[in-house]
Design a protein around this ligand. Sequence first.
Ligand code: DO4
Ligand code: MG
Length: 280
Amino acid sequence: MQLGQIRFEKTVIAAIVEGGKVRPIPGHRLIDLIRRAEAEGVTLAKLAGGLASRLAEDARLLLPIDPPEVWACGCTYEMSASFRDAEHGTREGMYAYVYREPRPEIFFKGTARVCVGPGQPVGIRPDSRFTAPEPELAVVLGRDGAILGYTLCNDVSAWDIERENPLYLPQSKMYDACCALGPVIVTADEISDPYNLQMTCTITRGDSLLFSGEVSTSKLHRKLEELVEYLRRGNRFPSGTVLSTGTGIIVTEEAALAEGDVVSITIPEIGTLSNPAAIV
Ligand code: DO4
Ligand code: MG
């Protein structure tokens, strides 16, 4: 089942997304559905199916969930670790170390405050000259760490700020509109093999294709459960927390985002997450 959020009678509510139409679930945001499904001991899909209106409507999809917390993993694809080591130049192999060692890199990406949905602008910091999208598969987690669903995440990052000094990572990663999620959340039962998804990313500027890249999630160097297990260590995150699993597509400085560029990330089983870029 595909779930999203829409505007309905002046409020934001959850909806089932089917064949380009939506079936509203009045009175519930997606986070409410997740909490209620947990409290009632039913699956998200079963609860949503029982509450959704029968009538299919047209609606614009919004941020599919208001995540209480978003966390993101780093250096989970060899490409990300080797490019960052090459960029960095201060401590040889710092990123390769994290790629190879048992403990993954996991950083706090923010809350719903810094998240945007499909079609909404992703942010470029005014003090960054090299901001790039990081297209990533993300999981939506239950209170107990269960993977409830999958979505796309754009871990927009100010690479020049990270490159200047690793201690600047939080500033390169967390700022207004630094995280795009969507277009929908696909419930876990519908993705039979999360390690066999083909992801593509394009950046267009006007009519020109500025960048195009792709990766298969088969290149993800960690198991999803392993990432979730590390996130849970000493950290009782709330239901609806999103964990983004790292990028395997690297956008180089020639394609640094400029205002008006459009980033589109696709996994056919999830859809396309498209966002224009804007200076925040
Ligand atoms: O270590 C810096 C961030 C890495 C990251 O965000 C990624 O690999 O996706
Ligand atoms: Mg990333």
